[in-house]
Design a binder for this molecule. Structure first.
Ligand SMILES: CC(C)(COP(=O)(O)OP(=O)(O)OC[C@H]1O[C@@H](n2cnc3c(N)ncnc32)[C@H](O)[C@@H]1OP(=O)(O)O)[C@@H](O)C(=O)NCCC(=O)NCCS
Length: 172
């Protein structure tokens, strides 16, 4: 039997719209993910089909897609372990599926796939929409990386502190 706490396919927890389903990305999903990348990021930041193909089979990488009734690939998230933390490398939702809980479901899918460890990510400073999502999900700003995305394009690092598996760290 699957362990619902560590199986991202079972990660649609109470409170999530039942129409959104998470699965590990398969090769059939990659073209759809590449299209979402292109629609979501400027050239240079969007993952290409070849990059996505490598990530989809890379050991230790969790690459999830969200499906809805309307879209076979409504969004994606890519995460791995990095220097003792969980790192979210990429999160993107089809423009037609935004503000429907898909990004939230994908972030929760990462938490289910990696039940313990702090989660880190980087967002462009101007991207206040993404930062609002992260903050709503319990991430806090942990620093600014100047010129991280190119000259004058600063990055904001965000972190979600978690305790041992299944427990949240108590903030004092
Ligand atoms: C950022 C992104 C992933 C959000 O995905 P999403 O599916 O729309 O997010 P959700 O529907 O789960 O949003 C949950 C909450 O986050 C906040 N939020 C999300 N997007 C927001 C935006 N553009 N502006 C303000 N708040 C936003 C809201 O509080 C929202 O709740 P509400 O819709 O009830 O107001 C999506 O807009 C996207 O793919 N953007 C382009 C790529 C990108 O910026 N990726 C992140 C890189 S760091």
């Amino acid at each position: 039997m699957r362990d619902p706490d560590s199986d991202p396919e079972q990660a649609i927890v109470a409170g999530q719209p039942p129409a959104i389903r998470l699965e590990r990305a398969g090769w059939r999903d990659l073209r759809g993910v590449a299209a979402i990348q292109k629609a979501s990021f400027r050239p240079g930041l969007a993952y290409s089909l070849s990059g996505l193909s490598i990530l989809s089979v890379f050991p230790g990488v969790v690459f999830l897609v969200a499906r809805s009734d309307a879209l076979p690939v409504a969004g994606c998230v890519i995460a791995d372990r990095h220097r003792g933390n969980i790192r979210i490398m990429n999160l993107a939702v089809d423009p037609a599926a935004r503000r429907q809980g898909v990004g939230t479901a994908l972030l929760r899918g990462v938490e289910a796939a990696f039940p313990a460890g702090d989660i880190m990510l980087m967002a462009e400073e101007w991207n206040t929409g993404a930062q609002a999502l992260y903050e709503r999900e319990g991430y806090q700003r942990s620093g600014v990386a100047h010129d991280y995305y190119g000259k004058g394009r600063h990055g904001v690092s965000l972190k979600k502190a978690r305790g041992p598996a299944g427990h949240r760290r108590i903030q004092v």
